[in-house]
Design a protein around this ligand. Sequence first.
Ligand SMILES: [Zn+2]
Length: 370
Amino acid sequence: MTLSALALTRDLVAIPSVSDASNAPVSEAIQRFLVQAGFEVERLSYLDHGVEKVSLVGRKGGGTGGFGMFSHSDTVPGDVGWSPFDPVVADGRLYGRGSCDMKGPLAATIAAASRVDARSLKRPIYIISTADEEVGYGGAWQIVRESRLLAENWPSHGVVAEPTRLRPVYAHKGGTRIHVHASGVAAHSSTERGVSANFKLAPFLAEMAALVPLFRSDPRYLNPEFDPPSFGFNMILTDYGTKSNVTAPRATATLGLRNMPRVDMDGAVEHILSAARRHGLEAVKESSTFFYVDPTNEMVQLACEATGVEKPETVSFGTEATVYQTWMPNQVVMGPGDIAQAHTIGEFIDIAQLEASVGVYERLINRLCC
Ligand SMILES: [Zn+2]
């Protein structure tokens, strides 16, 4: 049965799957489409604060190696000011939450696979749909650890279908976050009995501000393969809603850096950690790695051939390619839609690009599986 990417995208957008709610209903629809496209489907799930989160691994055809197409089924919140879950087609675009990030790309991979006769497959096609991509990659981690189908055989080649305007991407930045906590004593400010955590944090913050020009200009911290070539160094602050007549008992600065290959990431992080130590503050670091394959990687080159794009690119947003790179060395990030549309009010996907991506994925299936 041949499926339409546009029709599938519309159906999926109409089923809300914001990350903090269950994606079981949208996963049920995806599973149905995968079965119609000739897939055997494995369903995995976990409970996240009592809410069921579902990921799917679909396989079509037998044999070893093969080609995997990876997407997520959760979205960011719908936001106010439009009707995010009523898909609308206008001016060659499909509007709706998740149309671009990334129910449209997921639908395109299913539509492409539906066009391929299972009997012509020498190696398997996989389609993966994960939960919780927007909030920590929980679904991706579950499938790499628990999927029975993937334990039997990992595809040798894969595409993470996040929106890249259908341009092959061989590298993206990762993320490091450092939470720096200051502790004080809460009291009414009229009593002079309190200790403000905010004042304890302040001298540290001044040092962080001084790092901004350093991180933007020192070549040790720049990789010109990326645009922009720098960390996107950022800081947010909270004193957990302390009232203006109370001394803050706790205050936290969270510093963010997007890490890249071939920069002195450890040195940059040490600037922050040593400043925290000097000011007697507690620091907690969490990181996700960057994604990087060589631009001459076979999967990247096949994606260039399939799209007619000469030079693969890099992007600054993160994807689940970082989770899969241990298991699948031949990988590219490539999908229809523009990341500038993701997470916006009025999110849309260009329908011509959506349809073009079906042809691109089908060419890759033919090259790698037939
Ligand atoms: Zn996404």
